[in-house]
Design a protein around this ligand. Structure first.
Ligand code: PSV
Ligand code: MN
Length: 385
């Protein structure tokens, strides 16, 4: 029998700095009072989420959205707040120079600029002690014939290998993929296979990041999880929910069953613990809902899916599978999924010295009112779009 509580206690979910900031669609950003104005205030909010949930000890940064003069000082500030700096996300998608691509741009000068930014992100990792460099490229083309698909792959491989060579012994590269958007005809890293192939070419420090919102409708994400786990090439998740495209809604909101199926693959491969090296990150935007409570909800959604996955009776499942008992095997999985794990998680939080209901504890804490009163003046942080 698995030690469900011990596994849940050790779970680590990373929250994204940009989820605490203003965001929206390409039609409108609705601002919210109390939103952070700088990286420190985002980190302070992330620390609140960790204090209340006990399982969100790191916060990912996005550069230049979280640009500061002194990254070591920022890491120290985070540590003082009780959290660490997680992945450093590069941003080569918001500069005018990148209209035709960043590291795959036909212009060598633009490629140099983009690669230099990626290298700068590794410098930042050195200063913050971050392990992971997360790369997502908006690169691609909009029209057939616009550029050479093959040449763009060559340019991508060249930039990635230069950055890979710069990584320290304990640093990794996470290569994210996305089916489309902003490019509509070809995307240079559109799917897990492309990411996987580049990671194989690069070496052991390069692994795939699965953003759950980046697939065609109906894609079986848990298959991708299982495949990459077997190949030792799953490095991270960017968790969120989608109904239509890259919606960036709260993880587990649209399809909690899918989240359970993903976590079942993780648990059955014994890949939940830190030693497995998989970063469980959120990549979300809270456009119309209050941000901190939404992030708390998201963390709890991942925790609930994980608890259910841990409750799967592995022996009974293996026996049913071996016996070819299709319905029996499916029933073992569904029994776990249909278990209400909320009482177990409430107990666990009490054991961890936390409030059993983090959402209610946040509402009672007065933090929301405090940041609305204090964060007056200055410019609210946003995603720069
Ligand atoms: C792209 O859609 C993406 O998922 C990448 O992870 C970016 O870094 C992130 O969103 C920014 O919100
Ligand atoms: Mn992402």
């Amino acid at each position: 029998m698995r030690d469900v509580r011990a596994a849940l206690r050790q779970q680590r979910i990373e929250t994204p700095s940009w989820a605490y900031a203003n965001s929206g669609t390409r039609f409108k950003v609705f601002t919210q009072p109390g939103v952070p104005r700088n990286p420190e205030e985002k980190i302070a909010d992330a620390a609140v989420v960790h204090r209340l949930t006990g399982v969100a000890p790191t916060v990912a940064l996005h550069i230049p959205w979280d640009e500061v003069d002194d990254y070591a000082a920022l890491a120290k500030y985070a540590a003082d707040q009780g959290v660490g700096i997680g992945a450093i996300n590069a941003n080569v998608f918001q500069d005018d120079d990148y209209k035709l691509g960043s590291v795959t741009n036909p212009d060598a000068g633009v490629r140099r600029k983009a690669t230099d930014h990626l290298l700068e992100c590794v410098d930042i990792m050195d200063a913050t002690g971050s392990r992971d460099l997360k790369l997502w490229f908006s690169d691609g083309t909009n029209y057939p014939g616009q550029d050479s698909i093959r040449a763009r792959q060559d340019r991508l491989a060249e930039a990635l290998s230069e950055v890979y060579a710069r990584l320290g012994d304990h640093q990794r590269m996470l290569l994210e993929y996305k089916l489309f958007e902003p490019a509509f005809y070809t995307t240079d890293v559109p799917d897990w296979g492309t990411s996987y192939a580049h990671c194989i070419e690069l070496g052991p420090k390069a692994t795939v990041c699965i953003d759950t919102g980046h697939h065609a409708p109906g894609t079986n994400i848990e298959f991708i999880v299982a495949f990459l786990l077997r190949a030792g090439k799953l490095g991270a998740f960017d968790f969120n929910s989608r109904f239509y495209a890259d919606d960036d809604l709260m993880v587990g909101a649209a399809d909690p069953f899918q989240l359970f199926r993903i976590m079942h693959e993780i648990v059955s491969a014994d890949a939940l613990g830190e030693e497995a090296g998989i970063a469980f990150m959120l990549d979300q935007c809270h456009n119309i809902e209050p941000k901190i409570p939404a992030i708390i909800r998201s963390v709890l959604n991942v925790q609930e899916a994980t608890a259910k996955a841990l409750l799967v009776d592995a022996d009974a499942l293996a026996a049913a599978q071996q016996a070819g008992d299709v319905l029996g095997a499916n029933a073992v999985l569904m029994d776990a999924y249909n278990t209400d794990v909320r009482p177990l998680l409430r107990e666990l939080r009490e054991e961890m010295g936390l409030d059993p209901d983090p959402t209610a504890a946040y509402a009672r804490s007065g933090y929301a009112e405090k940041i609305v009163a204090e964060r007056v003046g200055g410019e609210q942080a946003g995603w720069g779009a």
